[in-house]
Ligand binder design. Structure first.
Ligand code: SAH
Length: 242
């Protein structure tokens, strides 16, 4: 184990996560695949090893501060891109059942390759728009935990993500620094989608010290039939009220 892996193990421990030698190997293999595939397709702007460990791996693991990931909970990650936060969570909590939805086929191919190389089971990678996938009965109102990082502003994002959460489930939106406008702007969409804001957790990346927020939203009942609207509409015309 080298210093970077040791660093992740220490930081994870502070989040209450014990990472084994094998899990650290999975992270390292994931890092290598990410950098290798990133030469052929656009997966991430961050490739320096320490930075990937902090800004992708550690950052993803912070979701565990907002949602119960023990046991075989079902988690859907919407707009997962190169696999964040879904894969770090799956590596750290191997019992999780993970469903990934992304609109870009190339990224889905990468994610399938990673799942197979890391021997992750209980992972389903779906190529499609969240608006369409959320209409399928097997994905609608089903998930214990829904996550999204760096996909869209909250008002639009709520409509992409909340339809996946079951009643009593939770949606964790991972956000950067400035959140005030986004939060007030998202109130109307929360009401429409049968959800309510539980809390906002403010965090800081350990080395870079930049601010992060976890917006924790409770799903209170089934998704009304009207939502999500047709693919493209939620982000183009977010539910903002008048
Ligand atoms: N969550 C990742 C990737 C963010 S980039 C990270 O934090 O690194 C945003 C991703 O969302 C892209 O991969 C894009 O293809 C996907 N995306 C955007 N709109 C989408 C939609 N309507 N349905 C599914 N995926 C979508």
């Amino acid at each position: 184990m080298d210093t970077v892996q040791q660093w992740l193990q220490d930081q994870a421990r502070q989040l209450g996560i014990a990472l084994s030698e094998r899990q650290l190997e999975q992270f390292e293999l994931y890092y290598r695949l990410l950098v290798e595939w990133n030469e052929k397709m656009n997966l991430t702007g961050i490739t320096e090893r320490e930075a990937v460990y902090e800004k992708h791996f550690y950052d993803s693991l912070t979701v565990s501060l907002a949602a119960d990931l023990q046991g075989d909970s079902a988690l859907a990650d919407i707009g997962s891109g190169a696999g964040f936060p879904a894969y770090p969570l799956k590596i750290a909590f191997p019992q999780l059942k993970i469903t990934i939805v992304d609109a870009l086929a190339k990224r889905i191919r990468f994610l399938e390759e990673v799942a197979s190389a890391l021997q992750l089971d209980g992972v389903v990678c779906l190529h499609g728009r969240a608006e369409d996938v959320a209409r399928l009965p097997e994905h609608r109102d089903r998930y214990d935990v829904v996550t999204a990082r760096a996909v869209a502003r909250l008002a639009g994002l709520n409509e992409l993500c909340l339809p996946f959460a079951r009643s009593g489930g939770v949606f964790v939106a991972m956000k950067g620094s400035d959140l005030t406008d986004e939060l007030s702007e998202s109130r109307f969409s929360l009401n429409k989608l049968n959800a309510g804001l539980r809390e906002v957790k403010k965090l800081e990346l350990p080395i870079e010290r930049s601010e992060r927020h976890l917006v924790v939203i409770d799903k209170k009942g089934p998704t009304p039939k009207a939502y999500p609207r047709k693919a493209g509409v939620p982000l183009k015309s977010p539910l903002l009220g008048s």
